[in-house]
Design a protein around this ligand. Sequence first.
Ligand code: NAP
Ligand code: F7E
Length: 326
Amino acid sequence: MPTALITGITGQDGAYLAEYLLKHGYDVHGMVRRASMANFERIEHLRDQIELHQADLLDQLSIINLIKDVSPSEVYNLAAQSFVPTSWNQPLLTGEFTALGVTRMLEAIRLVDPGIRFYQASSSEMFGQVREEPQDEDTHFWPRSPYGVAKVYGHWITVNYRESYGIFACSGIMFNHESPLRGKEFVTRKVSDAVARIKLGVQDKLFLGNLDARRDWGFAGDYVRAMHLMLQQKQPDDFVIATGEQHSVRELVAYAFGHVDLDWQEHVEIDDSLLRPAEVNTLRGDASKAKQQLDWTPSVTFRELVQMMVDADLERVAKELREVLL
Ligand code: NAP
Ligand code: F7E
């Protein structure tokens, strides 16, 4: 039975990947950091099928011991400080988690078992101020946030350990991917949650920043499939994972409110404090290489994704309201 270790298993992608690997016959282990209260909501339904281990991206020894204990055949490094605005408030911590954390994972693999296959969660934020449209594996990086800069480091250290030590290390340059499990501070989930609350009468306004930003949004369930496919190849390589379609935040908002017959202009207001010091205005990926070499294509359209998220939040908020009334 293949054994996978997932860092960031409590996050959106970690939960989808754990479920996917269990379905494919893996023995699944997850790395979790110590917290005063457990934070396992996204993986609650999998708890009796996976094993969790305490370690931290900041602590080299804890990672070495973890790799020794689990003896994985594949490591998926999804843990990171992943929220772009926080990276301006906490640039050093973001660098420690999101950049140096990758080296700590790779060093542990190099020391304990260089035969382990490694996946690094790279990001379209590395393209930042884009040099060409659409972006593919050869597009130059110009990151626009401390998060993007940290991801560029994580990407290149992954390539470097492949070239220096022959480690089977792959980097997935993933464009935005969302789901009902997305954190509520990210724009898609912030919108779907607000639409549900406004429709059910417990909120009236939604405050947003830049409505003109354009993103290539896909479904997280499709993207974890690509992570796994990368580690099953004959040779390690890097792949852009994207839908190839882009929409503005304004389109997202209009479609999400329209789905429940609401007029977004009556509810959305701009809050300048949500504008970023340096914005990534447009992103659109070209995943032709992944299609050719991994046979990967996305299965969920933008509209299906938005509907899925709004419907899930409607159901959740309605349930919460029923529980309050009981
Ligand atoms: P997420 O929901 O924010 O999850 C991040 C995970 O990292 C959480 O499990 C978190 O644990 C863990 N973590 C953070 N700091 C840690 C530390 N010091 N030690 C151990 N674990 C730590 O992120 P996601 O959306 O699933 O994304 C997964 C990865 O893909 C991230 O690296 C992200 O930067 C990258 N990425 C995401 C997207 C996207 O659109 N979703 C696109 C490109 C790349 P806690 O639960 O304890 O906080
Ligand atoms: O912002 C604009 C905002 O925070 C998307 C992470 O998973 O994907 C994610 O990073 C856009 C930006 O995602 C609000 O200015 C407007 O242009 O949902 P987001 P992100 O910054 O693109 C990449 C690929 C990652 O790797 C990251 O880890 O939406 N926007 N108004 C807003 N964004 C937020 N969060 N909140 C607003 O009120």
